[in-house]
Ligand binder design. Structure first.
Ligand code: SF4
Length: 337
C-alpha cells in the first residue's frame, strides 16, 4: 500500500491582469507517495510551475490567488497555515530547487555560509555542527574536497557543480518532499545525465519524495515512477511511467510522445502537435484540447470529459475512453466532426 506524503485536491489558481483573470490552474488533483518521483509534464503555460509554487505558497498575491482547493501535508492543509508556519515548512519539510542554479545562489556568500543558513534557520545547533552537516551534504551530492569547497564562492564552480550545491542546500534539513522545477534545463546533456543520476542516488539514500516539473520527456523517462500530464491548467492523464510511455490514452499525451525522438521505437517519424493551447482568460467549457485533437467529437466541445479510471494508477480525462460517452448520445448530438 502506497503511503501518501502530500495530497493536492481541487487546486485552482488565478492571476489578475489588465486583460482579465487568467485561470492558470483549474482543479488539479494528485497524490505524492513516500519515496517516489512524480513527474508533472506539459508545455509552457500549462500550469505545472504554478502548481508547484502553490504547494510552497510562493504565488505572488497580488496578482496571483489560490481560489480553491487544499494541499494536505502531514495532516495539515498548507493553504490554512500562517506565513510564519509556512516559513517553517519551506526548506525543512518541503524544499524546492529551480532551473538556473546561478540565480539560486548568492554570489557574495561562500557555499558553506549558504548551506549553513538553512540548517541554522531550522535547527538549534552550534555552528560547528552545522558546518559538519554542510560538509556531509556536499559529499553526498558528489563534490570532492568538501572542507575546502565550503569556503569558496559560487563563481568558482561549474554549472553542474552549482546545481549539485543547490540540491545539497535543498536536502540539508532532510525534507520529506523535494520539488524540482526544470532542474536540468540550464545544463548540457552530459551534466544533465549526471544530475538525474544524483537525484536517484539521493532518493535511495534519504527516501525523499520528489515532484519533478519538466517539459522534457527524456528526463521523465529516466527518473519518474509516475507521470501526470498537464494541459491548459488540468491534469488530463496520469499513470505509471510504463503506462504513459507504452499505453498513452489521451490524444495530447500521444501527441507529446510522437513529437520526441524514441530510441525504443525504431524509425518512427516525429510529428509535432499542430495549433496552440486555448486562451486561459476564457477557457473552453468542454475539452481544452478539442481544437487540436484529430479525434474530437461534438460532445468534446460541450462537456468536459469526466475522469476515466483505466487501472489503479492510470486515469484519463477523454471522451474516447469514457463508456458513459454513449449515454451522452441521447442528450447531445454525438457526431464525428
Ligand atoms: Fe480529443 Fe475529445 Fe478526448 Fe478531448 S475529449 S482529447 S477533444 S477526443
Amino acid at each position: 500500500m502506497n503511503e501518501s506524503v502530500l495530497s493536492v485536491q481541487n487546486l485552482h489558481v488565478s492571476f489578475t491582469t489588465y486583460g482579465g483573470e487568467v485561470k492558470a490552474v483549474r482543479g488539479v488533483n494528485f497524490q505524492l507517495n513516500k519515496g517516489e518521483t512524480l513527474a508533472i509534464v506539459g508545455e509552457s503555460g500549462c500550469g505545472k510551475s504554478v502548481t508547484s509554487q502553490s504547494i510552497m505558497r510562493l504565488i505572488p498575491d497580488p496578482p496571483g490567488r489560490i481560489t480553491d482547493g487544499s494541499i494536505l501535508f502531514k495532516g495539515r492543509d498548507l493553504l490554512h497555515l500562517s506565513e510564519k508556519e509556512m516559513r517553517n515548512v519551506r526548506g525543512k519539510d518541503i524544499s524546492m530547487i529551480f532551473q538556473d542554479p546561478m540565480t539560486a545562489l548568492n554570489p557574495t556568500l561562500t557555499i558553506g555560509e549558504q548551506i549553513m543558513e538553512g540548517i541554522l534557520q531550522h535547527e538549534r545547533i552550534p555552528k560547528k555542527e552545522a558546518s559538519q552537516k554542510a560538509m556531509e551534504m556536499l559529499s553526498l551530492v558528489g563534490i570532492p574536497h568538501p572542507e575546502e569547497r565550503l569556503k569558496q564562492y559560487p563563481h568558482q564552480f561549474s554549472g553542474g557543480m552549482r546545481q549539485r550545491i543547490v540540491i545539497a542546500m535543498a536536502l540539508v534539513c532532510q525534507p520529506d518532499v523535494l520539488i524540482a522545477d526544470e532542474p536540468t534545463t540550464a545544463l548540457d546533456v552530459t551534466i544533465q545525465a549526471q544530475i538525474l543520476e544524483l537525484f536517484r542516488e539521493v532518493q535511495q539514500k534519504t527516501g525523499v519524495s520528489i515532484i519533478l516539473i519538466t517539459h522534457d520527456l527524456g528526463v521523465v523517462a529516466q527518473v519518474a515512477d509516475r507521470i501526470a500530464v498537464m494541459y491548459a491548467g488540468k491534469i488530463v492523464e496520469e499513470g505509471t511511467r510504463r503506462e504513459i510511455f507504452y499505453k498513452p490514452q489521451h490524444p495530447y499525451t500521444q501527441g507529446l510522445l510522437k513529437s520526441v525522438p524514441r530510441l525504443d521505437l525504431d524509425g518512427a517519424d516525429l510529428t509535432p502537435i499542430t495549433g496552440t493551447p486555448p486562451d486561459l482568460f476564457s477557457p473552453p467549457v468542454g475539452c481544452p484540447f478539442s481544437a487540436r485533437c484529430e479525434s474530437a467529437m461534438e460532445v468534446c466541445d460541450r462537456v468536459y470529459p469526466v475522469k476515466t479510471e483505466l487501472s489503479s494508477d492510470h486515469h484519463v480525462d477523454c471522451w474516447l475512453q469514457d463508456p458513459r460517452a454513449k449515454a451522452m448520445l441521447s442528450t447531445i448530438s454525438y457526431t464525428i466532426r
